[in-house]
Design a protein. Structure first.
Length: 259
C-alpha cells in the first residue's frame, strides 16, 4: 500500500489539471483580496470574510482532488493491472484514499495559511476575532475534510471514472448549497451535522457581526462562538458518517468484477 500512496502523491504533484485549479484559486483569492478593498484589513478581519467563501470552495476542491487521485487510474485501467499483479483490493482502494486525504489536508492547510499569513503580515492580526477562536474553527474543519474525502473516494470508485465523479461532485455540491438555502428559507428546517456541506456552512458562518472601535478606527467584530454540544455532534458525525461512506464504498468495490 505504501508504494501506491507514494505513486498517487507523485502523480498528483505532476497533474496539470490540478495545478490549473491551483492557479485559479490563487487568482480568485488575489482578486477578492484586492477588489473588496481588503488590502488594509487585518488578519482576523480577512479570516472571517474569506472563511465564508471557503465553505463553498472546500467541497469543490476536495471533490476535484479525490476524483483525480482515485478515479484517473480507474478510467485507464491502471488499478486493474495492480490487482492482476498481486495487489489486494484493500490496498488499491485505501491506498488511493490515504493519498487523497494527505493531499486534501496539505492543500487546505496551505490555503488556510495564506488566508491568515498574508493580511496578518501586512496589517497585523487585529481584534475582529481572537486567535483562539479562529484556531478552534480551523481545528473542527479537518474532521469535516476527512468526511468529505471519505464520501468522494467512495463515490469515485462507484463511478469508476474521474471525469464523471468530478462533474457530479461540482454539480452536486452546488445543488446541495441551493437545497440547504431553500430548506432554511421555505421550510424553516436547519441542517447542521446531518450533511458535511451544512456542517461546514455552520462552522464557517461568520455573518453574525457587530461594530467595534479600536485604535481610532471602526472594525467589524465577528460573533462566532463554538458551542461544545455542536462541536461534539460535528466530530461524531464527521468520523462516524465518514467511516460509513468509506467502508461502504470499499464493500461495493470489493464485490465488483474487474472490467
Amino acid at each position: 500500500m505504501t508504494n501506491i500512496i507514494k505513486e498517487m502523491l507523485r502523480q498528483t504533484r505532476r497533474d496539470k489539471l490540478l495545478w490549473l485549479g491551483a492557479v485559479y484559486i490563487v487568482v480568485m483569492f488575489a482578486t477578492m483580496f484586492i477588489d473588496n478593498g481588503l488590502t488594509s484589513d487585518t488578519g482576523s478581519g480577512f479570516f472571517g470574510f474569506a472563511m465564508q467563501s471557503m465553505s463553498i470552495m472546500t467541497p469543490l476542491i476536495l471533490g476535484t482532488m479525490a476524483a483525480r487521485i482515485c478515479g484517473a487510474d480507474l478510467r485507464d485501467k491502471t488499478a486493474n493491472y495492480e490487482l492482476l499483479f498481486g495487489k489486494k483490493r484493500g490496498e488499491v482502494y485505501f491506498g488511493r484514499f490515504i493519498a487523497a486525504l494527505i493531499a486534501g489536508f496539505a492543500v487546505m492547510t496551505v490555503i488556510f495559511a495564506v488566508i491568515i499569513v498574508l493580511p496578518t503580515s501586512l496589517n497585523g492580526w487585529g481584534a475582529s476575532l481572537t486567535a483562539r477562536n479562529a484556531a478552534a474553527h480551523l481545528a473542527l474543519v479537518y474532521p469535516i475534510i476527512f468526511r468529505l474525502v471519505c464520501f468522494f473516494t467512495a463515490f469515485t470508485f462507484l463511478c469508476r471514472n474521474d471525469i464523471i465523479a468530478f462533474v457530479a461532485a461540482v454539480v452536486g455540491t452546488l445543488m446541495m448549497f441551493v437545497f440547504i438555502f431553500a430548506m432554511a428559507q421555505l421550510a424553516d428546517i436547519e441542517l447542521t451535522w446531518h450533511l458535511a456541506v451544512s456542517d461546514l456552512m455552520q462552522l464557517m458562518d461568520f455573518s453574525n457581526t457587530t461594530q467595534g472601535f479600536l485604535d481610532g478606527r471602526d472594525i467589524t467584530v465577528f460573533k462566532a462562538p463554538i458551542e461544545t454540544a455542536a462541536a461534539v455532534r460535528s466530530l461524531i458525525a464527521s468520523f462516524g458518517i465518514g467511516s460509513f461512506w468509506l467502508f461502504g464504498g470499499y464493500m461495493l468495490y470489493r464485490k465488483r468484477d474487474i472490467s
